[in-house]
Ligand binder design. Structure first.
Ligand code: ATP
Ligand code: MG
Length: 331
């Protein structure tokens, strides 16, 4: 049984003059120990998918089709209260804005040990020891546990939130671009340490990022999202070494280096489709160097591969396209 099983999940937002399909028929699975990288350009639906998984969609957003199954339980049918109980302990979320969720009134250390004492009945001194270890893991001095949030910089708050999200050994961590306030090197160091920690208890993670080199370094699986759809999904080694979808092939050109300034990932010309309009044919057609007439018709069928899938109207010609794309074999 998979830890998380997304079954044909679709999510729509209601707009004043219509609707917007932000997530379109997404399926994927996460097993214990998996680290899934969710990549794609801004506006492709990554955060919406995450919010759908943990039942945190805004009031104008709703799951229109499909299911989120976590540990054999359908999450998108749970009440807000039942869902809240699962947070931190079973699924823990780290977002870009999470650093604002530190309570200004209490010392940071207290905020980290409290859930351990409450949920896990951990004795206070043990909880404090764990908090110190977690602080070390995210690169904060343990003395800082005695400080209030306002004494922290933005980057430090972000690190503290990461430490907090790891405190209860959650089965699944969902990190939506958790480290954007930190520089690239620190980012990869912290991710590596989170990984080591997850390894110790077979925890899993969904890591949302613009940065495919982070995925190559950190993840076991990857889902490439484009215009609300996962257009390619599979094992990292498979997908990054031997991409099947032209969009994934194109990501290679924009591979940012881990050394130096952070660059915008995608350098493929053009813009993604407007999700408030109906999309006919392949959603990448407008930007695809291999586009043909058949790419603009009907629905593109899914092609299954070992441990994954992709959506391309020219799937059978994949090897030929790959040659034309001239992708280096090493990533
Ligand atoms: P980014 O990389 O910039 O964080 P994303 O991949 O997380 O982008 P989403 O935030 O999920 O993308 O947005 C997906 C689509 O849904 C976009 O077209 C966005 O404009 C739209 N959208 C997001 N939130 C809402 C909302 N509350 N109401 C209406 N449309 C929304
Ligand atoms: Mg987002």
């Amino acid at each position: 049984m998979a830890l998380l099983d997304l079954k044909n999940l679709s999510i729509e937002y209601k707009l004043s003059d219509g609707k917007l399909k932000a997530v379109d028929d997404v399926s994927l699975t996460i097993d214990n120990g998996d680290i899934l990288g969710l990549v794609g350009e801004s506006g492709c639906g990554k955060s919406t998918l995450i919010k759908g998984i943990i039942n945190l969609l805004p009031s104008n957003g709703k799951v229109t089709e499909g299911e989120v199954v976590f540990n054999d339980e359908v999450l998108n049918k749970l009440s807000v209260e039942d869902m809240r109980k699962k947070r931190w302990k079973e699924i823990s979320l780290i977002t870009q804005s999470a650093m604002n969720s530190l309570n200004p009134v209490y010392k940071v250390g207290k905020q980290i040990i409290e859930p351990m004492i409450e949920h896990d009945k951990t004795p206070k001194d043990e909880a404090m020891k764990k908090a110190e270890q977690l602080f070390e893991l995210v690169g904060l001095e343990k003395g800082r546990l005695q400080d209030y949030p306002h004494q922290y910089s933005g980057g430090m708050k972000q690190r503290a939130i990461i430490a907090m999200s790891l405190a209860l050994d959650p089965k699944l961590i969902i990190a939506d671009e958790p480290t954007t306030a930190l520089d690239v090197i620190v980012q990869s160091q912290i991710l590596e340490r989170i990984n080591m920690l997850l390894n110790q208890y077979d925890g899993s993670m969904i890591l949302v990022t613009h940065d495919i080199s982070v995925v190559a370094q950190t993840c076991t699986k990857v889902a490439v999202m484009y215009g609300g759809k996962i257009i390619e999904y599979g094992d990292v080694n498979q997908v990054l070494k031997r991409p099947n979808h032209p969009y994934t092939m194109g990501l290679k050109n924009a591979f940012p280096s881990l050394v130096g300034d952070k660059k915008e990932l995608i350098s493929i010309e053009g813009t993604p489709p407007d999700l408030s309009k109906e999309i006919i044919g392949c959603r990448f057609a407008e930007r695809c160097p291999f586009v043909q007439g058949k790419c603009r018709k009907g629905e593109i069928k899914k092609t299954s591969v070992k441990n994954g899938y992709f959506y391309c109207a020219r799937a059978e010609e994949r090897d030929e396209l790959m040659k034309q794309a001239d992708i280096p074999s090493t990533w």
